[in-house]
Design a protein around this ligand. Structure first.
Ligand SMILES: [Zn+2]
Length: 205
């Protein structure tokens, strides 16, 4: 089927899907065609999930994207308040919750430092993280940024920023393939990377 023969709605859906970073034209067309073949119920569920995402908010404590502020993890009295796991994206919180037995708190940076893309430390929630550790109740900050150049750069920056506090800054082990992202790591690999975390040297300590 050529582009000219496509019904308008199908082309319009493909146009919209193609706006998502990393989704090429061919994939967008495949997704649009998949939606066409979905049941009415499945399509309605997809629509409402999209609309619900627009109603989410940011947790004022951990900066995760959630339905309620503060989020269920931050208000859970059973969680270990002496450990904070720092991740780039909300999806990483879900990956770590699924894969590991970590029962501490989280902090979502909202991305990574990438000077070439114009993303600097002040564009992330690093200042908010620092305010969470000043009272001394946090004993370990586990940095679980992605094992990419930007993730490593962000981890080094965080270790420096936290070096004046009496706490351990650790980085998850390299079990997650270098250049990969946490959401693509298998559960076993992520579990090993998490339990094999090592304290970082900041250079100033
Ligand atoms: Zn929270």
């Amino acid at each position: 089927m050529t582009t000219e023969e496509k019904p308008d709605a199908l082309a319009r859906l493909a146009d919209n899907v193609a706006q998502v970073p990393g989704i090429g034209r061919k994939t967008a067309e495949r997704i649009a065609f998949h939606v066409l073949q979905m049941s009415d119920e499945a399509a309605a569920s997809l629509c409402s999930a999209i609309m619900d995402v627009k109603k989410t908010t940011r947790c004022s404590v951990c900066c995760n994207v959630v339905d309620a502020d503060p989020c269920p993890i931050c208000v859970d009295a059973k969680r270990d308040r002496s450990a904070i796991c720092v991740v780039e994206r909300p999806a990483d919180v879900r990956s770590i919750e699924r894969a590991t037995g970590f029962r501490g708190l989280y902090h979502v940076l909202g991305g990574h430092i990438a000077p070439l893309e114009g993303v600097h430390a002040e564009n992330l929630t690093i200042g908010r993280l620092v305010t969470r550790v000043v009272d001394g109740s946090v004993k370990e900050v586990i940095i679980a940024t992605n094992p990419t150049v930007e993730g490593d750069l962000t981890a080094t920056y965080l270790a420096q920023a936290l070096s004046r506090f009496a706490l351990v800054v650790s980085r998850i082990a390299k079990g997650v393939p270098s250049g990969s992202t946490l959401d693509y790591a298998t559960r076993a690999v992520l579990t090993d990377a998490f339990s094999g975390r090592k304290p970082m040297r900041t250079g100033s300590a």
